[in-house]
Design a protein around this ligand. Structure first.
Ligand code: HEM
Ligand code: SF4
Length: 551
């Protein structure tokens, strides 16, 4: 993985020291909360319902075992012994003491981590396919370009005060696992006719109160021109984005109000000024970064493992986990293993310090000491020998992290909601827990098939409810928590926004409503259809009837 150079190291250390002085001035009363607020937000420190919350960047979701151990220790020493993996491939700590934050930043700096630009109206952590570099379906490793974007966007002087926050996601594979179409900029890698890699550029996607699926404004930009093109987009946005209205300030509104064609024209015009200039990335620089992502020392192994086949035949629970939680690797004899942080009854994405340390050890033993955070709030070990998968699974069982529910109804995305978040209308975590418990039986989950269920505690949509195959949105109706149900959303390459079923459900009825939707789908589905396939074929009406007619 990428390593900081001396400038990176100096920068994050300086930032930690600067924040120490700012915090001291706040505690001494020399700064008011109003004056301090932008300073703390520049370091990812939010003030929430009960305490400060710190958002720590995991650049494009890639971290080392050493870094994970440090996160575990920080969560134990400075928080309540657990952390929360987020849809933006970051870690949030929910119970932080202000006076301890400078020490945390210092500790993070010691393992090449920080919280810069994890908040505020700037370019946030770029997110990427969690299988980057190892997926069998990949064109090229997108981490190289995610790293390039990190270097370009970190403390970019022109883009530190954008109209609103800005999120970029990218994938090197045609199968989008990074929800790129619901980001401010989404990048999908393709090859042109000459076989050169480049990116399709999608702009103006986003969730929140006005959700949009992004629009393709360029079918192909060569990799060396990527930064020039991104700069052109950001310049147009920085100049014309609606600074007058916070709710209309995201680039999606600019693209929508200007029209895709006119917006594209403006970007292309700006790009002609930038193309071939200082932002052109020479092949040597791409190669230099690429070297950091060189494949680890894989052993020469046969494509399929006999040991794995035997263990699967002997052990049905292991077999179920392999079927559900692993994915094809491009290296013969290796496999990608997903650790779902979705044990029924627990908060989705929450992991204790003990579990983090144990998983860090597992990544050393089984996966070259590297891990990924996924946008579905899980962790992935990317480089496991098939022969050793059973051993890994046994260790995960001991840690209560071997639930075979990856990409099934139990693998729920949920935002912190009213349990932590100052903006929430309703609780998300207990709803997720209840649904996961209701569908705890893995056989039943498998019978239901691939299904993404996403929950947000308010319209800001941090839990991606608009693009859940089933989405749940917490709303406040005259002081009562109600849950709106949405169907048919999708965050993949065929992204779509979900449709609202109708009036919302009370907290004690929402799980029943989800069950009704599932039962209706099971009645209606044709052979081999997923929930989304069936919904796309039959539409909303049959679901609506079942949900509301009996009431
Ligand atoms: C607890 C403190 C949090 C606060 C105060 C907060 C605040 C917000 C706000 C205000 C928006 C709407 C932005 C807009 O539409 O312009 C938003 C969107 C979003 N947040 Fe959060 N959030 C929090 C936690 C999280 C967490 C835990 C996650 C990940 C699980 C997350 C991921 C996202 C995502 C994915 C979006 C929607 C995508 C988009 O930007 O359009 N946030 N958040
Ligand atoms: S969706 Fe709303 S409730 Fe959930 S974390 Fe975001 S701002 Fe908070």
């Amino acid at each position: 993985m990428y390593r900081y150079d001396e400038f990176d190291a100096e920068l994050v250390n300086d930032r930690a020291e600067q924040f120490r002085r700012q915090t001291a001035r706040r505690i001494a009363g020399e700064l008011t909360e109003e004056q301090f607020r932008p300073l703390r937000l520049m370091n990812g420190l939010y003030l929430q319902l009960h305490a400060y919350m710190l958002r720590i960047n995991v650049p494009y979701g890639v971290m080392s075992s050493r870094q994970l151990r440090k996160l575990a220790q920080i969560a134990r020493d400075y928080d309540k012994g657990y952390g929360h993996w987020t849809t933006r491939q970051n870690l949030q700590l929910n119970w932080i003491q202000l006076q301890e934050t400078p020490d945390i930043l210092k500790e993070l700096a010691s393992v090449e981590m920080h919280c810069i630009q994890s908040s505020g109206n700037c370019i946030r952590n770029t997110t990427a396919d969690e299988y980057a570099g190892v997926a069998a379906d990949e064109i090229e490793d997108p981490r190289v370009y995610a790293e390039l974007i990190r270097q370009w966007s970190t403390l970019h002087p022109e883009f530190s005060f954008l109209p609103r926050k800005f999120k970029i996601a990218l994938t090197g594979s045609p199968n989008d696992r990074a929800a790129v179409k619901v980001h401010d900029i989404g990048l999908i890698m393709h090859r042109n006719d000459a076989g050169k890699p480049g990116f399709e550029v999608i702009v103006g996607g986003g969730l929140g109160r006005t959700p949009f699926v992004g629009k393709t404004i360029r079918k192909f930009i060569e990799t060396r021109e990527l930064l020039s093109y991104l700069e052109a987009i950001l310049r147009v946005y920085n100049r014309l984005g609606r600074r007058d209205n916070k709710y209309k300030a995201r680039i999606k509104i600019l693209v929508h109000e200007t029209g895709t064609e006119e917006f594209t024209r403006m970007v292309e015009e700006e790009y002609t000024r930038l193309a071939g200039g200082a932002l052109e990335v020479p092949q040597e620089e791409i190669d230099r970064i690429d070297a950091y992502f060189a494949p680890p020392d894989y052993r020469a192994l046969p494509a399929a493992s006999e040991t794995l086949r035997e263990k699967r035949a002997e052990n049905p629970a292991f077999d179920a986990w392999v079927e559900q939680n692993t994915h094809a690797h491009k290296q013969p004899g290796y496999i990608i293993a997903n650790i779902t942080v979705k044990t029924p009854g627990r908060a989705p994405g929450d992991m204790s310090s003990d579990q983090m340390e144990a998983v860090a050890d597992l990544s050393d033993t089984f996966s070259f000491g590297e891990l990924r955070v996924t946008h579905r709030q899980n962790l992935t070990l990317t480089d496991v020998e098939q022969d050793r998968l059973f051993e890994l699974w046994e260790r995960l069982v001991e840690l209560d992290l071997a639930t075979a529910n990856h990409a099934l109804i139990g693998d729920i995305i949920a935002c912190p909601g009213l349990d932590y978040c100052a903006l929430a209308n309703a609780r998300s975590i207990p709803v997720a827990q209840e649904i996961a418990t209701r569908f705890e039986d893995i056989k039943r989950q498998k019978d239901v098939g691939p299904l993404e269920l996403n929950i947000s505690g308010c319209i800001n949509a941090c839990g991606h409810h608009h693009v859940g195959n089933i989405g749940i949105l917490g709303v406040d109706r005259a002081g009562e928590e109600l849950y709106q149900l949405q169907l048919g959303g999708c965050s993949r390459e065929d992204a779509a926004l979900a449709d609202i079923t109708g009036r919302g459900f009370a907290a004690d009825k929402i799980t029943d409503a989800v069950e009704t939707v599932i039962d209706t789908y099971l009645e209606l589905r044709n052979d081999g259809e997923t929930f989304l396939d069936t919904y796309r074929r039959v539409g909303m009406d049959p679901f609506k009837q079942k949900l509301y007619d009996a009431a």
